[in-house]
Design a protein around this ligand. Structure first.
Ligand SMILES: O=C(O)C1=C[C@@H](OP(=O)(O)O)[C@@H](O)[C@H](O)C1
Ligand SMILES: C=C(OP(=O)(O)O)C(=O)O
Length: 458
């Protein structure tokens, strides 16, 4: 029998794009798996790389060809905003050809909707501010509550005029752009690395060189490195100083180029976890295990620590599961916090408790992720201790329940991992995976995981 339920949160369906899946499907029942899961899974490009590449290509001089883009809600809203700005993009499957505007947006006014995409909400305002025009920027209900003020304060200091449409310094807002002055800026980076990435991407279009100092301890600094790498691909090379805390960005215009994007390592992690949980073997091609800079590559070290075998190649990663997963350790999630939920879902099946720390900022992601995963694990009768910056999950066998992903793709994908090893777990609102992996449940099914979409009462 399912445990007693609390009411489900209603998702913000306006943020689901034409690329989303499972509209109106209330539940999905996943698992249990009858045997080890073995297979090869080819995933599309990283969300982080896709939205960086699309936006930088739009600002560049000349045409860019971006191969292997992700087609999901987050990239849809990025492309939608670019179309409204007058950028010509042609899409052929997973290849985008983009005619860059060289820094002056062809349509200098209008309304731009960023959906629930943190990458678009934090990168686009900076890139708009580097041009000339007046735009209204709106986003999903949750995105309107997520932190944005530190970036907007710096953009105002550099020349933009920002008017907030609601109380507080967030979306929706009107941004009047007159180009960015150069000079120096101090950017608080402890709530999100995306502020720094956004400002960096726009900085070379300032009138003078801009030096940006990161204030406080930067969360997930690896994403700033991804930004610097992508800027380099388009010909702009900031210089680091002060042990990486300050970046000097020269003036200059991005040059259009051709790029093939690496698959999304954050999404790979769910499939690696599937191998770990079932004692199976999952291979993900086209990841360079020695050179990939995607922060969630750190998951592989933890899977090894849990007893899995990881094969690393120049063009693949393969994870082989363990007979019994090992626990009894603490991990700092400061550098790769998107996988906090994945580890919390693996933890009940380990032989000792697992403590996840240094992730207070994920309370401001797609939902309050620490509170949400604790509440859903408790519905499954798994013992958890919640702390301000993380949680401890104790070993246990999940009981049947209906669980709520809180309109968060990573909650849904992580809850599906718990369901793989238990009877009778249903997940509400399966379509929320569309933010980064619209065909997630179909991919599980292709690998042999029982997946059934159901409606109430079935
Ligand atoms: O720059 C990026 O592409 C991202 C940065 C991180 O966000 P925060 O630094 O806001 O935590 C990460 O969680 C997100 O999924 C992607
Ligand atoms: C935090 C995430 O996304 P966003 O880019 O919206 O911040 C995420 O994908 O886990």
């Amino acid at each position: 029998m399912e445990a007693q339920q609390s009411p489900l949160q209603s998702p913000d369906l306006e943020a689901r794009s034409p690329w989303s899946t499972h509209a109106g499907v209330p539940f999905v029942q996943v698992g249990p798996v009858p045997a080890a899961i073995n297979g090869t899974i080819r995933l599309p490009g990283s969300k982080s790389l896709t939205n960086r590449a699309l936006l930088i290509a739009a600002m560049a001089k000349g045409t860019s060809r971006i191969e292997g883009i992700l087609r999901s809600d987050d990239s849809y809203w990025c492309l939608d905003a670019l179309a409204r700005l007058g950028i010509k993009v042609s899409l052929h499957g997973d290849t985008a050809e983009i005619e860059g505007c060289g820094g002056s947006w062809p349509v200098p006014s209008g309304e731009l909707y960023v959906g629930a995409a943190g990458t678009v909400a934090r990168f686009l305002p900076a890139m708009l501010a580097a041009g000339n025009g007046t735009w209204t920027v709106t986003g999903s209900k949750r995105m309107s509550k997520r932190p944005l003020a530190p970036l907007l304060d710096v953009l105002s200091g550099l020349g933009a005029t920002i008017t907030y449409k609601h109380a507080g310094q967030g979306l929706p807002l009107e941004l009047e752009a007159r180009g960015l002055q150069g000079g120096s800026a101090v950017l608080p980076a402890s709530a999100s690395s995306q502020f720094m990435s956004g400002l960096l991407m726009a900085a070379s279009y300032a009138r003078e060189p801009l030096s940006i100092r990161m204030d406080g301890s930067t969360v997930q600094p690896g994403y700033v490195q991804l930004t610097l790498d992508m800027m380099g691909d388009f010909g702009i090379f900031p210089v680091m100083a002060d042990q990486g805390r300050t970046l000097h960005v020269p003036t200059g215009v991005y040059q259009g180029c051709t790029l093939r994007l690496e698959p999304d390592v954050s999404t790979c992690c769910y499939f690696w976890a599937l191998a770990a949980l079932t004692g199976g073997c999952v291979r993900t091609p086209h990841i360079n295990a020695f050179r990939s800079r995607q922060p969630d590559m750190e998951m592989l070290d933890i899977l090894e620590r849990m007893g899995c075998t990881v094969l690393r190649g120049a063009d693949y990663v393969e994870v082989q599961g363990a007979q019994r997963l090992k626990g009894g350790f603490t991990v700092s999630m400061h550098r790769w916090s998107d996988q906090t939920l994945t580890l919390a879902a693996l933890a009940p099946f380990a032989d000792g408790p697992i403590t996840l720390t240094d992730a207070a900022h994920i309370r401001h992601h797609e939902c309050d992720r620490i509170s949400a995963i604790c509440s859903e694990l408790r519905k499954l009768v798994i013992q958890v201790d919640e702390r301000p910056d993380g949680l401890t999950v104790y070993p246990g066998q999940p009981k049947p329940a209906l669980v709520d992903p809180h309109d968060d793709h990573r909650m849904a994908m992580s809850l599906s991992l718990l369901a793989v090893k238990a009877e009778g777990i249903r997940i509400a609102d399966p379509g929320c995976v569309s933010k980064t992996c619209p065909d997630y449940f179909e991919r599980l099914a292709q690998l042999g995981v029982p997946v059934q979409f159901t409606s109430e009462g079935e």
